[in-house]
Design a protein around this ligand. Sequence first.
Ligand code: KE4
Length: 428
Amino acid sequence: MLIKSEELFKKSKYVIPGGVNSPVRSFNSVSMDPVYISRGKGSKITDVDGNEYIDYVGSWGPLILGHSDDRIIDKLTEYTARGTSFGANTEIEVKFAELISSIYPSIEKIRMVNSGTEATMSAVRLARGYTGKNKIIKFEGCYHGHGDSFLIKAGSGLLTLGIPGSPGVTPETAANTLVAEYNNIQSVEELISTHKGEIAALIVEPVMANAGLILPENDFLTKLRELTSKNNILLIFDEVITGFRVTLGGAQNFYKITPDLTTLGKIIGGGLPVGAFGGKKEIMDYLAPVGPVYQAGTLSGNPLAMAAGYETIKILKEESLYNELQAKTRKLTDGIKKNLVDLGIPHCVNSIESIMGLFFTDHKVIDFSSAIDSDANMFVRYFKNMLKNGIYLAPSPFEVGFISAAHSDEDIEKTIEANYKSLKEAQI
Ligand code: KE4
């Protein structure tokens, strides 16, 4: 039962818009009231009514080590005792910047911020300031946070200028965002030739993880690198999800592509609010106070977040957990695929390293349009059954699942069993 969650949600809606601090938590996409979580440990979370779940959201990606990892808690306890914030430079931010730069050769310099949105917003401003050009290219279905330049819908035809994707985004802002199709290199070529000399940057999630999971096909990323280099367009890899998730070195290491700028978030905060953007020093040195492009933040480089992030990355680097994460994910997706085949349910299961996505559809999902025609109603029934069966999934058909180092073989087996039951009950 979800009695206390329902009571809290009712109260919350009087004082917080929609009762949530981020829309996806409203559970609107799964047509039910949201669950309120009271605690987490390892692979499990417990809601305010005492129901325990195996968690595949992991706070939307940050908790690659699982909830309340003792080593992170110890580090935070040590740092909290020394103070929570100084608004001044600290040693840990230098150590952390050096650690990240040692793992990402493309990141010669890095600036810390407090969210993925701040990272992408700042990276685009830097790209515009550095190149002196105004337009950017993004891809339909890629999410880069709620910055005005990203809340843009594709114009009627691909070659038209972007249109505001939300009230409050001005047409003038939208006009500087061009929208291409992921995995369709021709759509990028056409925009570049139509807007020659006007495009500052192209920003892309190297692996799409905000429209379900969609992987790059046919050297798409290599072709993006070639096209942007040839046309003096900065290539920004938004690795807020894939950074330290798709191998330690992110998608740029997995696919061997060197972007000009990279945005990071989630895992680098170890569960605390952090974002970052970094890249070539000649570009990064265009940032204030050394350069003219302004960017700032009261809590940027906050010592608690730096400490949690540093400890997380240190563990990931020293314990090389990625083979184990990949094996667990493989075991889970193999079990789920077998269930779907045994039950005769049309599906597309995409996965990479410790991220997985499930579409209820009868074709391979390789771009946004093939993602959005999946069976969202089947997902709603499946989601509710999985919750009832003790499995906590992202409450939207267009999110992904994350496996953590804390997920045990027993968790994976339990999840495969619950998946079979939940799929069977969801069939109509
Ligand atoms: P934040 O501003 O939410 O920290 O990060 C924005 C962002 C930027 N880039 C990518 C690739 C992202 O996935 C995100 C945020 N991800 C979503 C989940 N898919 C955040 C969840 C939410 O909005 O509550």
